[in-house]
Design a protein around this ligand. Structure first.
Ligand SMILES: [Fe+2]
Length: 180
């Protein structure tokens, strides 16, 4: 379009909300580079030998958390029961549950219903598995007959992230940005 031609392009129709914000609305939370996994090593919280998690969101008011789980070993990781629903998007590697025929492969999304009891295995040959988990309620770790052995939820994840960030110099308050 030359400078002498009138600009007859349609006027922008995008209009932002003009009113007052609603009361007590939490801040948005945006975490960049989720797919490229390009963030500093200190953000990975050790969970067990060769297993780490990277917090995305600790939702203490609704009892769920979102995190990336990184595993650099193969074999059985845990047997657990879910008290709430779980969503799992696999970003690297693959894994499965001994109790189910399906595999979580790179780019796949799985829904785990509340009450499901299963045993997570990373197969031989997978050097690194990274999965984005959205976990409501608790992991209840169980023996092969379902007897409870331990529990993990948004509050235990929050506690271990706080302790780790304090230890590596980021400070315990570093987790505050992930809490809603
Ligand atoms: Fe699970």
């Amino acid at each position: 379009m030359s400078s002498s031609t009138p600009d007859d392009r349609p006027k922008a129709t995008a209009v932002a909300y003009q009113g007052e914000p609603l009361p007590n609305v939490s801040e948005d939370l945006v975490v960049p580079n989720i797919l490229s996994l390009d963030f500093e090593e200190r953000l990975w919280v050790p969970q067990a030998p060769d297993i780490w998690f990277r917090p995305i969101l600790f939702n203490v008011s609704q009892g769920y958390f979102v995190n990336l789980l990184r595993v650099r070993r193969s074999g059985i990781l845990s047997r657990h029961r879910h008290s709430g629903p779980v969503h799992a998007t696999t970003l690297r590697g693959k894994w499965h549950y001994l109790e189910h025929p399906w595999w979580a492969t790179e780019g796949s999304h799985a829904f785990e219903p509340p009450g499901d009891i299963h045993t997570l295995e990373v197969p031989d040959g997978v050097e690194e598995m990274i999965t984005l988990f959205h976990v409501t309620g608790a992991y209840i770790y169980v023996d092969p007959h379902g007897a409870p052995l331990g529990v993990e939820d948004v509050f235990s994840k929050l506690s271990s992230a706080k302790a780790h960030y304090e230890k590596v110099g980021l400070g315990a308050a570093y987790v505050d940005q992930f809490i809603r």
